[in-house]
Ligand binder design. Structure first.
Ligand SMILES: [Zn+2]
Length: 983
């Protein structure tokens, strides 16, 4: 009953006698099952009283309720200060400035030789310069390094509380078992992987906690509320961030893990409250690059863990729903680096406990179950240390060797002028520990596969290409991150299809595609050989410095005081151009952007380039120095312009194509049913990449707000398809008609289109499939023909009224009748992807597509299938035309040629490539072919921009993010109109 006592004393503590009511809070009624009397520690524990127990810091018994991040950090410091077995390392700071720490716990002898241990592990990890005999010695001598990581999802609290028990026991226990364990192992405890998320959830529990226990898992105490504690400050799921490394929590941890090279990595989570306990190994699909011993050794760990639970009679299971196809989960990522990655999923009890059908389980028991698991895993590691190190050493040697499974493949990334995008790539290669090379000249290879899955012959790889040879120590992770199109096994596909058809739901737990070159929007090739000519090693630090610093220096040397300057410009090829424009406008300067390619003073200024002009800013002081400052902040090259006339038909600086931009006043819709992941991703993009001030609006209060303050509103992806809050569509329409730029994503777009009288002409396929599809078909043909050669000269210049002209629809096969079309669509809809990369063909003359290549891989899930016809614009459509005449490609299938694909015409001699990576069933490919991925339409004086799926997904879809940045920053000036401000 200590709980009752603490609750009452805590509530009463600050209350003076006179302020107390005469009626004390009634004692909570007895609740059998709430008190958990098992010790949290292994049997036979003999704790040294000189080492503080967690209670000393918490002020309540460990496991009574969740410790705060501050309490966890404080205990970590205390135990490190008191114990010679413990060293504390701070490895990162969260966005909210909370420390992320790990504790190294081992015998003092091992701690004294930690540099030697790290060096030994590094030699096994990269065995190329270490003899076989030396490696055998290291396997014999090295302790096993374990990394125990807890609560990456901030509202899955039991793990971090268990970490406190693990830390205390390992630091304080004098039993022979622990002494032996710490002789053989180095145990690293990473107690709180996401302190910002945890702090958010702890706060919500403090707010919703009453004087009496609550064991109803539907109650707010247990559920929390929007935006919940799962994500980090920007609400990202850090358990998906490992392969992209966007956040300080991940980045610090990756660096620390690279230093220690653990061979066991535990990742402790929670799942829904009415469940039991799940642990590894995972069911299918398995990522094909996971090491061979993952499942054999995984079963050894699982059996021991299960036996530990059996001793208490606690239920558990493994596999079932947990898979490791996506390589960015903690355990999968760790496994790809050679550790045994183990996932825990404890039923989530949050606080007090949770009533279930047959029993009540206390929070303290959930903490204990995580402790039981941790010690069971450490015991297994101690026993298996030798064989695991041996397997690690052997596998690393194999994958780095010319006879290994990765010996004959290189990924080649085609260079671009988009320096920011390349910097993102260099940074990721660096942090993941990949080796990279650069081509010093053009290199011809016999065959290569492109991102659309085409096998090409006789390919010239351009000078400056980045080459990632798969044969290297981190081969498995490299392959998992860069391989274009990994395939699932037939048995996985069989199960998936069966479940979708029988039950209408997918077995896929996450996006089925993620590879870096496609997500980053960088063109790449996969070459089936270990390239080794015309290569120089790429020094990633230097390459990054070149992008960041050298450019800023170049900017500084453009004479800011040159009297002849009429403008300063930045190239639209670089992803930082929108940030430059936005930040200059934030400082109050007028800025122009070009909707057509230009070249001034010899500087290439493609679509989307930005200029600050003397003539616009005559009234403003210091436009030149401000431009230099902003360019330097961004590390962006600034071009001084002294002559405004561009050669040929390129855009002159004073002409209509260099459009005056409008300062974006941006609002994100928040709370309610907004998908916190997309909201968070847009917020991150605005804060961390664009660096622009903006507002977040509570969608439940929008009716009472003055929206005239904003000229851009972003409606994030929404949970469910129930539509927008009542009245919001009308409010937004009035605002758009007055000049606003409305951006809507996924289900938000669907909601706008589902209004009684939608403000836009774009339609979801369901709404029009049984109607006249002619306008949508014609739109596809118009876009195609606009890019084709002229009709024959004789026809064009003929004098007679032409007796026959070609209309595109003459070639159309007739469609099935309306009812049949509807039925086909319903059928195709069953098999929509759970998340895959599809190819979009891009209108590279559209301002929204500035900085984008003609083909952009984009994410697609059960997203709205958008049909657009003029006046709606569709700068990105799904499906890339593939010319049958293109002799470079060897795997064209003839039946793909021309004709009709579902409702959409395909020009003669063309096939349409849709799937780039991940699972997209043929039915879905057919359904989404030629649908718009993004649309733009004018509505009144404003515009509406729709995205079918989340553009800023995981802050890693850099190609799509650029399009969103164009929409946010260029949008109000280029696509909407505003009044001339009379003096
Ligand atoms: Zn979790």
């Amino acid at each position: 009953m200590f709980r009752t006592f603490l609750m009452l004393s805590a509530l009463a503590a600050a209350v003076t006698a006179s302020a107390q009511t005469p009626y004390p809070v009634p004692e909570p009624s007895p609740l059998p099952g709430l008190d958990y009397t098992e010790s949290l520690y292994p049997a036979g524990a003999d704790h040294d009283p000189a080492i503080p127990a967690p209670e000393a810091v918490l002020g309540f018994p460990l496991g009574e309720r969740a410790a705060s991040p501050a309490q966890i950090a404080a205990y970590a410091r205390e135990v490190a200060a008191a114990s010679p077995r413990v060293e504390l390392v701070e490895y990162a700071r969260s966005y909210e400035d909370r420390p992320l720490v790990y504790l190294v716990i081992s015998s003092p002898e091992n701690l004294a030789r930690s540099a030697e241990i790290k060096a030994g592990m590094a030699a096994l990890a990269d065995p190329r310069d270490t003899s076989v005999a030396r490696r055998a010695e290291l396997v014999e001598q090295l302790p096993g390094v374990a990394w125990l990581a807890y609560s990456i999802h901030g509202n899955e609290t039991s793990g971090s509380d268990a970490a406190l028990a693990v830390m205390h026991h390992l630091a304080a226990d004098r039993s022979a078992t622990t002494e032996g364990l710490l002789k053989d192992l180095v145990v690293i405890v990473d107690p709180s992987m996401n302190p910002d998320g945890r702090a958010r959830f702890i706060k919500s529990m403090a707010e919703t906690r009453g004087a009496h226990p609550n064991v109803d898992d539907q109650s707010l105490l247990h559920t929390g509320y929007w935006p919940y504690g799962r994500g980090n400050h920007y609400l990202f799921d850090l358990n998906r961030d490992w392969i992209y490394a966007r956040h300080p929590e991940t980045r610090g941890r990756i660096a620390a893990i690279a230093e220690w090279r653990p061979i066991l990595l535990v990742d402790a989570h929670e799942m829904q409250a009415q469940d039991t306990y799940l642990f590894s190994p995972a069911r299918e699909p398995h990522n094909p690059h996971l090491p061979p011993n993952r499942y054999s050794m995984g079963n050894v760990f699982a059996d021991d863990q299960a036996a530990a639970f059996d001793r208490y009679g606690y239920p558990y299971y493994s596999g079932e729903w947990h898979e490791d196809w996506y390589p960015g989960y903690t355990d999968a990522w760790a496994a790809l680096r050679g550790a045994q990655g183990i996932l825990y999923e404890q039923a989530r009890l949050a606080e007090d406990g949770v009533q279930r059908h047959s029993n009540l389980i206390s929070y303290r028991r959930s903490v204990h179950q995580q402790v039981i698991s941790s010690f069971a895993n450490l015991e297994t590691l101690r026993r298996e240390r030798g064989s695991m190190l041996e397997a690690f050493s052997k596998d690393r040697a194999e994958v780095s060797s010319a006879r290994g499974p990765y010996s004959d493949r290189s990924f080649v990334i085609v260079p671009t002028d988009n320096h920011r995008r390349m910097a993102d790539l260099y940074d990721l290669l660096r942090i993941q520990g990949f080796e990279a090379h650069r081509l010093t000249g053009e290199l011809h290879v016999r065959t290569a596969v492109d991102q659309l899955g085409r096998e090409l012959r006789d390919v010239a790889l351009p000078e400056g290409s980045i080459v990632l040879r798969n044969r290297q120590p981190e081969a498995r992770l490299l392959a998992a991150m860069f391989e274009f199109d990994p395939r699932m096994t037939d048995s996985t596909l069989q199960k998936e299809r069966k479940r979708v058809l029988k039950e209408g739901r997918s077995t896929m737990y996450d996006a089925t595609a993620w590879n870096i070159s496609m997500m980053f929007g960088l063109e790449a090739l996969s070459v089936p050989q270990h390239l080794d000519s015309k290569l120089e090693p790429l020094d990633l630090e230097r390459a990054l410095a070149e992008v960041r610093t050298v450019q800023a220096e170049t900017a500084a040397t453009t004479a800011a005081d040159d009297d002849r300057l009429i403008a300063l410009a930045v190239s639209g090829a670089d992803d930082r151009a929108p940030a430059f424009a936005g930040r200059m406008m934030e400082r109050g300067y007028f800025v122009r952007g070009t909707d057509k390619a230009s070249r001034l003073d010899g500087h290439e200024l493609p679509l989307g380039s930005v200029a600050v002009m003397l003539d616009d800013n005559r009234g403003a002081e210091g436009w030149r120095s401000a431009a230099h400052e902003v360019a330097a902040e961004l590390g962006l090259r600034l071009h001084g312009i002294t002559h405004g006339r561009a050669p040929g038909e390129l855009a002159d600086l004073g002409g209509r194509h260099w459009q005056l931009l409008a300062k974006p006043n941006i609002a994100l819709l928040s709370r309610g049913m907004n998908n916190m992941l997309d909201y968070g991703a847009a917020w991150y993009l605005l804060d961390q990449r664009l660096g622009l001030r903006h507002s977040h609006l509570d969608e439940n209060r929008i009716g009472a707000m003055d929206l005239r303050r904003y000229n851009v509103i972003y409606l994030p992806e929404r949970w469910g398809s129930d539509g927008l809050p009542e009245g919001m569509t009308d409010t937004l329409e009035a605002w758009v008609r007055a000049g606003g730029t409305l951006i809507a994503v996924g289900n938000s777009a669907r909601a706008l289109l589902g209004a009684d009288e939608p403000m836009v002409a774009t339609r979801p396929i369901e709404a029009v499939i049984a109607e006249d599809l002619g306008p949508y078909q014609d739109a596809i043909h118009r876009e195609w023909l606009a890019g084709q050669p002229l009709p024959a000269e004789a026809l064009t210049w003929g004098h007679e009224a032409a007796s026959e002209i070609d209309t595109p629809w003459q070639d159309f096969e007739s469609l099935p009748g309306p009812e049949e079309r509807k039925r086909i669509d319903d059928w195709q809809k069953l098999l929509m992807p759970s998340g895959a990369l599809v190819g979009a063909r891009v209108d590279t003359e559209h301002w929204l597509a500035a900085g984008t290549a003609p083909v952009l891989p984009v994410l697609f899930y059960n997203s709205p299938v958008l049909l657009a016809a003029p006046p709606a614009e569709a700068p990105l459509r799904i499906g890339v035309y593939d010319d049958a005449e293109d002799e470079r490609s060897s795997d064209r299938s003839n039946d793909e040629k021309g004709g009709m694909l579902n409702w959409a015409p395909v020009p003669d001699g063309q096939a349409l490539r849709v799937r780039m990576s991940g699972l997209v069933w043929p039915e879905a490919r057919q359904r989404i072919a030629s649908a718009a991925w993004m649309t733009r339409e004018s509505v009144g004086r404003g515009q509406v921009i729709l995205f079918a799926s989340m553009p800023a997904f995981r802050a890693a879809q850099l190609g799509a993010m650029r399009i969103l940045e164009n929409a946010l920053v260029l949008g109000p000036g280029m696509g909407a109109s505003r009044p001339v401000p009379l003096p």
